[in-house]
Design a protein around this ligand. Sequence first.
Ligand SMILES: *Cc1c(COP(=O)(O)O)cnc(C)c1O
Length: 415
Amino acid sequence: MHDSHVRDVDPAVADALSGEVQRQQNTLAMIASENHASEAVMEAQGSALTNKYAEGYPGSRYYAGCEYADDVEELAIERAKQLWGAAHVNVQPHSGSQANMGVYLAMLDPGDKILSLDLTHGGHLSHGHPANFAGQTYEVEQYEIDPETGYVDYDGLESIADEFEPDIIVSGYSAYPREVEWERVQEIADGVDAYHLADIAHITGLVAAGVHDSPVGIADFVTGSTHKTIRAGRGGIIMCEEEYADAVDKAVFPGAQGGPLMHNIAGKAVGFKEALSAEFEAYAEQTVRNATALAERLRENGLTLVSGGTDNHLVLADLRPSHPDTTGKDVESALESAGIVMNANTVPGETRSAFDPSGIRLGTPAITTRGFDEEATREVADLVVRVVDNYDDETVVADVGERVRELCAAFPLYE
Ligand SMILES: *Cc1c(COP(=O)(O)O)cnc(C)c1O
């Protein structure tokens, strides 16, 4: 990776940048929301477009000199429309949270009501947590995961909706291993005259490749991140029907943001082009196959999975039944020492704290990018369980770490 200009100016930052490339090469990124963008995407993100002010939209900017900014944004929009089949796309949100903010600003007034999944059950801060602007600006009620099945409690959602009369219902989650029933949520929203926002942040790439049902054409609004299962660099996106296009565009700019990050929009355009290929479809299918293999092997090794398995790119394991005295953080830090980077996560019916919860969340998008198949993923599952069983045994952790480094060398990144 080229960091020679940075090195001339700022060796300290250059060291950190090359250290990060080495870290990504020598560890397995199994944080379910992470991935490895291509060098083409990163080159676009590091381009001269970072210098350009382009407030407004293609063809109607508040600044001169936007011809190339227009080209890039039009390409990103066109490709997004092809990928997800949306009528209207806004590619300017700086990230997934800003995409959600754009929808709220477009459709809600302060004090209006949001009905969303509880954060500790797999929701997202931007769905109305009290520490987030959404929770501070709107009135929020939450629905839950059925602790028996591990699936969204749609009946519970319906009765809360009847009672609470929300202005918008949010579906789409951060730690949910199953297909979301978009139509079911839409019916519930229709029944109480609420909008429906489907937040596909995690599964944007799976939906684009057709390996997860799409909410586009069902939900009123679809938001996403562009750096998770789709490898288009850090950013956000909003999709909606034409009737909401104006409101959404005005909410993003000037409502919530100033100048768009045109270099990131260039990254989105390049990543979306890559995602239109047959290779990407194969990648998305393999990501799900690997998650299925991971889930099966973890279960064979005695772990309890929320919902019993997965339909998508992630698994959520509840450690309490098999390892009642081991916390998510115990496992997170031991696995990090062994070079497997994932996160401790709350589980439905959590009995510990959000800082040291009872679960672990593992995703396959990034290891699939570096070429892992089911066989290699099953080996990773075995390594994970060895560490879960022996998280305080330094010899076992070091032994696992050695094998992880061999696997990393066998599946190189950024050659
Ligand atoms: C990741 C995520 C987001 C967006 O996060 P950003 O870090 O702002 O891109 C939004 N919603 C859900 C459900 C997510 O998982």
